[in-house]
Design a protein around this ligand. Structure first.
Ligand code: ASP
Length: 329
């Protein structure tokens, strides 16, 4: 009996040492996967791919790969990471849906506050209200008239229930007192393709996805959702929705990086340190700024600051969503 206990103790000690050693070695010759809970080619995917590039060097040259797990407004991908092995090799890059899904969607398959380790906020991104190119309105005033004349016939794309475009579209419908038909996609990459093709009428989406299409005149742009106009040359002439008449309309999207709950502390430290280096990478910053995004530099780049911010966002959005009566189901 005594011998069995001794053997068990040795086994436990070895296991502890192994876990410790693995944590110290991280990342040890294995790629780090960032799960993107939306379709490839969209704005969440884009920031994840740019970030993966910027993380490579500070992670000692490790390959950082993207796994697109779209569906249910990010819930499928987020749930996959919540259940993944907490070893640092599977991460999640998600946006404001982490704070809005719990209110917009019932029976979310994970707990935002307790199923994840928070690694840091990456950026803040404005949204833009855009339309198919054939829509006759050329500015926000004309869009208002077009909406009034087409009530009951308008459809608006989104990236699934609980996504940023879904939230923005719901708030827009509530503010303009217009019911529109929602058309869900697995991300706004396929949504914007259909918008360009004229299959849907409107879309509210991150500027990082819409700017290239606005510049190429493949879509029409009417307003930004930030409280102030943007300074980026491409979008500086767009009014804010607030100044266009929808008082206090504001939606700013942020992206953050997460690991499954229980990831060892030394691994989390390495990941957060690498993230902070990546957020200072001049190429990364330049790419983000060009498309209207602002790379995070404040206390939210620390795990505690990130978590505090997300909890604050849940508190901020829950009453807005409830007041607007914009539940998804
Ligand atoms: N922009 C999308 C959203 O509306 C997500 C994406 O495709 O990145 O939530």
């Amino acid at each position: 009996m005594k011998k069995m206990f001794a053997l068990a103790a040795v086994a436990l000690a070895t296991l502890g040492l192994t876990i410790g050693a693995h944590a110290q070695d991280f990342p040890a010759g294995k790629p780090v996967t960032i799960v993107v809970p939306f379709a490839a080619g969209g704005p969440t995917d884009r920031v994840a791919r740019d970030l993966a590039e910027a993380l490579r060097k500070p992670l000692g040259g490790a390959s950082v790969i993207i796994d697109n797990v779209p569906g249910a407004g990010s819930s499928i991908g987020a749930a996959k990471v919540a259940r993944a092995n907490p070893d640092g090799y599977t991460l999640l890059l998600n946006h404001i849906a982490m704070a809005t899904v719990p209110t917009l969607v019932r029976n979310v398959p994970f707990k935002v506050e307790s199923d994840f380790e928070y690694l840091g906020i990456v950026n803040d991104v404005p949204m833009t209200l855009i339309s198919k190119p054939s829509l006759p309105a050329n500015n926000y005033k004309e869009l208002t008239a077009w909406i009034a004349a087409n009530k009951g016939k308008i459809n608006i794309g989104n990236a699934g229930v609980g996504s940023a475009s879904h939230l923005c579209g719901l708030l827009f419908q509530s503010a303009t007192k217009t019911e529109m038909t929602p058309v869900p996609y697995k991300g706004t990459a396929p949504a914007i393709t259909d918008l360009i093709g004229g299959q849907i009428d409107l879309l509210c989406d991150q500027s990082t996805n819409t700017s290239p299409q606005i510049e190429a005149k493949k879509v029409k742009a009417y307003a930004v959702t930030t409280p102030h106009r943007l300074t980026t040359p491409l979008l500086k002439d767009l009014p804010t929705l607030d100044e266009a008449g929808l008082k206090n309309f504001e939606v700013t999207i942020w992206h953050g990086l997460y690991a499954p709950k229980g990831t060892p502390a030394p691994v989390l430290k390495k990941l957060n340190d690498a993230l902070k280096v990546a957020l200072k990478d001049p190429d990364f910053i330049k790419r983000e700024e060009l498309l209207g995004a602002v790379v995070a530099t404040d206390g939210r780049i620390e795990p505690a600051g990130h978590k505090k911010f997300v909890i604050g966002e849940i508190a901020k959005w829950t009453p807005v969503i409830k007041a607007a009566g914009v539940y998804a189901d």
